[in-house]
Write a protein that binds this ligand. Structure first.
Ligand SMILES: Cc1ncc(COP(=O)(O)OP(=O)(O)O)c(N)n1
Ligand code: 3NM
Ligand code: MG
Length: 198
């Protein structure tokens, strides 16, 4: 499966509605700590926008809502895997992305035959506290040799300037958050990402 090489991760449907008309075709809705009713509204708004533009929306964490609302993609981390019903997710026909940070997590992810595997944080990230600091590009190349045909996503501290190095190291997709959301001109930055990923 060939996936878009640029994969922004946003914490609201508003960001999805802003980015998709600019040309984003793979995007994640990563909303933490929100009431289910609010989450449903955000997911439905983002899904409608993505379907209108032929883009793929990946729901982070909330697998039951993803099934309920007919989403096509879900991203789960290792802690999410401890409680998610993978059989139900697969019965519902959802495609799955899985986070990895070390070999144990990679083996667990590979056993699920996901539609993509993420490695992070490739560079230090300011978005979330993690016990891993910086995997580096060599680790990305190592992972590429281990994931077989499964698309590999680089995440963590990624920027337009760092994208080419990540692709060259083996990333099939590059995910980014604050390089866009903290930029003074996010629309221009998204267009720069699309050009870097072309
Ligand atoms: C593309 C991508 N890669 C990694 C993550 C991190 O997922 P997870 O480990 O479940 O942590 P949270 O994002 O849920 O805090 C991701 N969301 N997307
Ligand atoms: C959500 C997330 N997951 C990571 C992982 O390593 O699994 S790093 C990360 C944060 C990515 O944000 P930014 O592009 O601003 O660094
Ligand atoms: Mg998660």
């Amino acid at each position: 499966m060939t996936l878009p090489r640029f994969y922004p991760v946003f914490d609201s449907a508003d960001w999805v509605v802003r980015a998709v008309p600019l040309g984003v075709r793979l995007v994640q809705l990563r909303i933490k700590e929100r009431q289910d009713d609010d989450l449903r509204a955000e997911i439905q708004t983002a899904l409608a926008c993505c379907r209108q533009h032929g883009a793929a929306l990946v729901i982070n964490d909330h697998w039951q809502l993803a099934i309920e609302l007919g989403a096509d993609w879900l991203h789960l981390g290792q802690e999410d895997l401890d409680t998610a019903d993978i059989a139900a997710i697969r019965r519902a026909g959802l495609k799955l992305g899985v986070s990895t940070h070390d070999h144990t997590e990679l083996d667990r992810a590979l056993a699920l035959a996901p539609e993509y595997i993420a490695l992070g944080p490739v560079y230090p990230t300011i978005l979330k506290k993690m016990k891993w600091t910086e995997q580096g590009l060599d680790r990305l190349t190592e992972w590429k040799g281990l994931v077989g045909d499964i698309p590999l996503c680089a995440i963590g501290g990624m920027s337009v300037e760092r994208a080419a190095g990540a692709y060259a190291a083996g990333a099939d997709m590059v995910a980014a958050v604050t390089d866009i959301t903290l930029n003074a001109d996010p629309d221009t930055r998204i267009c720069a990402w699309l050009k870097a990923a072309a």
